[in-house]
Design a protein around this ligand. Sequence first.
Ligand code: PLP
Length: 396
Amino acid sequence: MKRDLAADFSYLAKEIEEWKLEGIFRPLTELESEQGAKVTIKGKEVIQLSSNNYLGLTTHPRLQKAAIAAVEQYGAGTGSVRTIAGTFSMHERFEEKLAQFKHTEAALVFQSGFTANVGVLATILTKEDVVISDELNHASIIDGIRLTKAGRRIYKHADMEDLEKALQESQSARKRLVVTDGVFSMDGDIAPLEQIVELAEKYDAIVMVDDAHASGVLGKNGRGTVDHFNLHGRVHIQVGTLSKAVGVLGGYVACPQVMRDYMVQRARPFLFSTSHPPAVTAACHAAIEVLEEEPELVDKLWSNTRFFKQGLEKLGFNTGKSDTPITPVIVGEGSLASRFSDELFSAGVYAQAIVFPTVAKDAARVRTIVTAQHTEAELEEALAIFSEVGKRLGII
Ligand SMILES: *Cc1c(COP(=O)(O)O)cnc(C)c1O
């Protein structure tokens, strides 16, 4: 019997219709060029302000060459999960390299930053433990917490009094783990990691920081938030991504050796999902070498950040409280953010709207991220476009 399969999803179609009426339905955008400071979308070349390609490494010649060489020598895939037959020497050498770069005993790579967070949180906590999490932490941390049987406490964003209260009230747990994003992805603010570490030391809790937007951005050579605050040896778990500034794909956990040993035996995304293809691992390895040898990329990222952020502020936009290359332009209503993004595109800038449920209903925004690849002329052009469209829509 042939069935009308789509009809069984009419309840989903109804919701989609509502989003369209509200003006918050966002279709996928197709890139027709490589990722870069300018990209081609719908046949039109526009200034890219929405990628996480902070340092332009997605197209760095050294990464591309490493990927091609790895494909030629080792093939396109690995054919197994790490724990059965899919650990290649290059996976182990890369993890040693990462640990050395992060100044930790060990590192373990996962398929993505998302699975790294889920893997860690779901693996090392039991029902005797409590996880204490910032309310604005990334979705992958939230999902990791959902998979543990540990008790959970959510503290108000970056609110150290509320964190201390949670630590006081959970003292009977076997272990408490405090988890925070290093850089918050929607507002671009940096976690108060020094205070978090001090409180964790006072109450004997474990600290975990998710450095997805800080890897390659903060600290010496882009070593991350722990390096930025000089907290080496005081943060137990650093999760990072290889998919943003590092320019490729993957997630990692930099941690004590004992934790790596445990996760290799028990972390489900590590055990039950195939290892990275040779091209990915080789390109990631080359990216860490680029971070070590070309610190000028991180310097350029920050000078571009200052230039663009000051430009937006001078124009009178509400850019929130960002301390990093992520600069939100907060407009309020989701439909206005969507319209702003569409009009910016028509004028030559790609800056995606971020709406509920990713941010609060009244804090919809267009989020911008400058990269080391943008020239000052491109940023000036982008500012002129923001000014013109912002005035036309009554945002400034
Ligand atoms: C992007 C992001 C992740 C996920 O990383 P992927 O490698 O893209 O899966 C995790 N945490 C935070 C804070 C992020 O911004």
